[in-house]
Design a protein around this ligand. Structure first.
Ligand SMILES: [Zn+2]
Length: 90
């Protein structure tokens, strides 16, 4: 069991607007710090390099890695993102 988190980018990076990540033993805030310091995920490192601000907008706790894979496969992060939902509905 672990935690899945959804990161929303302030601006699009190429076609990406979100990042979905999973963390098991490590605490979420440690994982986020790693992303801020360009350790952990290539996508977030390039997003940082591009000067794009981002934030964690949603967290699912006590979920499995399988849940993360399902979310990624659906490719509809927008539906789960409170920011994008707001934009879509006005
Ligand atoms: Zn979003």
């Amino acid at each position: 069991m672990g935690t899945v988190y959804l990161i929303h980018f302030g601006r699009k990076y190429k076609h990406a607007r979100h990042y979905i990540g999973w963390t098991g033993k490590r605490k979420l805030d440690e994982r986020i710090t790693a992303h801020r310091e360009n350790r952990g995920a290539r996508l977030l490192a390039v997003v940082n390099a591009a000067g794009i601000p981002w934030e964690v907008v949603r967290v699912w706790t006590k979920v499995t890695r399988e849940f993360e894979r399902k979310l990624k496969k659906r490719k509809c992060s927008r539906r789960y993102c409170p920011h994008c939902k707001r934009e879509a509905t006005g």
